[in-house]
Design a protein around this ligand. Structure first.
Ligand code: ATP
Ligand code: MG
Length: 431
């Protein structure tokens, strides 16, 4: 149940504002005006759909979220969540001076699913003629993709362009060692993005190498990994466009209670396991690279898929990474176990509400945390890499197993409450 998107402003808009719902069917689209969306219920809409598709047995319908994933609606609650999502999108479009699109719904009946971009694949296929300094994804890369492509992929390739001039920057979300992250709106794709802009003084050759190393991001398809849309160079800056997470990163939250942290830990372990299955080491596991949203999703970002990018940023980076495993700090070879250390120290920080002084074994205040949790962190932070849990042991650990229940609502409610508190403090001028 996604009640949490229902902000007061949206509920008010729903009371007063008429909307157009577009029913997409194999034989054509059908628009219907809804004067009072707040009064609309699931059954009414189902009856309207059945009128348009009398030959089919329709019991549910879907809509597309900001990353193109289809979300099923089968109840009044889910209908409310969809309307709330739609009002948010309408607001974004208005802020950007656009006329809102109708709310598109896709009845679920028989064999109707169209071609779907299951990977959220977005490839910038043509160089930007307006700016000679802009390098879109290099030809070698798009050609490769096209060779592999089916009709579906071609459609995706021509649909999924993000060019520098189509991005409306809205506000700065944060600033790290490498670059600056902005919230932005992509006009064509009609979606909110997080765009990380990193200044890099490197040759065009290196730029091309980075772009091809980033290619693997198009293949990442996991609910625990941030969706990657596109990357491009403009002059000496690379912009990396990803899914926007409205809860931001975990480093700015205060102490996280164990029943919430447990669900977060499950998602992070699943995200890491997914990356490792693609032979990708994260290399930068820390709270600021764990993002959450009001839907209760937890996703990893900023993993090191491009050696060139990591090296180029490292040249301007000063200081040590406090979350690094001891074997990395001492310059030894490292692998998956180094990510496991960083996972342990990150979760410990999130539980304590402050960065822990790493001791061997880690020390927790007496009586505040469960034995399972303390045992999990202690295992992850073993000095000897091989003594730390292997991927399957992480999932099987009793701390992870007990919270692996798919309950996104716990995280969702916690994120919403924290955001509310933050807003209230800001309103009082405390932040
Ligand atoms: P470092 O540069 O050491 O990795 P960092 O992770 O804090 O530090 P950035 O990766 O530049 O730095 O991110 C800056 C901030 O932007 C993050 O802390 C986070 O709050 C915000 N941010 C990054 N990506 C997103 C996103 N996809 N959605 C929402 N907020 C984001
Ligand atoms: Mg980061």
């Amino acid at each position: 149940m996604r009640i949490l998107d229902l902000t007061l402003a949206n509920i008010r808009a729903m009371d007063t504002e008429a909307i157009v719902i577009r029913i997409i069917t194999p034989s054509g689209d059908m628009d219907s005006a809804v004067d009072s969306p707040a009064l609309l219920n699931f059954n009414d809409l189902l009856v309207a759909i059945r009128d348009v598709m009398p030959e089919a047995t329709v019991t549910a319908f879907e809509y597309e979220d900001e990353v193109g994933d289809r979300i099923t609606v089968r109840s009044d609650e889910e209908l409310k969540a969809m309307l709330s999502y739609y009002f948010n999108t309408m607001n974004e479009q208005r802020i950007n001076g656009l006329l809102p699109d109708p709310l598109q719904i896709f009845p679920r009946a028989g064999k109707t699913p169209g071609i779907r971009n299951i990977h959220g694949l977005k490839v910038n296929t043509r160089p930007n003629p307006a700016n000679d300094c802009t390098h879109s994804i290099p030809d070698s890369m798009t050609n490769n993709s096209l060779k592999k492509s089916s009709a579906e992929l071609k459609r995706i390739l021509t649909n999924g362009q993000i060019n520098a001039q189509d991005i409306h920057y809205q506000e700065q979300l944060g600033h790290g060692n490498g670059g600056t992250v902005y919230k932005a709106y992509h006009l064509q794709g009609k979606r909110v993005l997080a765009v990380k802009v990193i200044p890099l003084d490197i040759t065009v050759e290196l730029q091309k190498q980075i772009m091809s190393e980033l290619e693997i991001l198009y293949k990442c398809d996991s609910p625990y990994i941030i969706t990657f849309f596109s990357a491009f160079f403009v002059e000496n800056r690379i912009s990396i466009c990803t899914e926007f997470m409205d809860g931001g990163s975990l480093d700015v939250y205060k102490r996280i209670p164990e029943h919430v942290l447990g669900r977060i830990a499950v998602a992070v372990v699943k995200g890491l396991t997914y990356l490792w299955s693609l032979k990708i080491l994260h290399r930068d596991v820390k709270p600021s690279n764990m993002l959450v949203n009001t839907r209760g999703q937890v996703k990893l970002c900023d993993f090191g898929v491009s050696t060139q990018l990591v090296n180029s940023i490292a040249k301007t980076y000063v200081g040590t990474n406090a979350y690094m495993a001891p074997e990395r700090i001492s310059g030894e070879q490292y692998g998956i176990h180094a990510d496991v250390w960083s996972l342990g120290i990150s979760l410990m920080e999130l539980a304590l509400g402050m960065f822990p002084y790493p001791q061997d074994p880690p020390v927790f205040p007496v009586g505040q945390f469960s034995e399972k949790f303390v045992n999990f962190i202690t295992q992850c932070m073993r000095r000897q890499p091989k003594e730390r849990p292997a991927p399957n042991n992480l999932m099987d650990h009793s701390f992870i197993a007990q919270f692996n229940d798919g309950n996104a609502e716990v995280v969702s409610m916690w994120v919403c409450r924290c955001l509310e508190e933050r807003r209230a403090l800001q309103a009082q001028g405390h932040v």
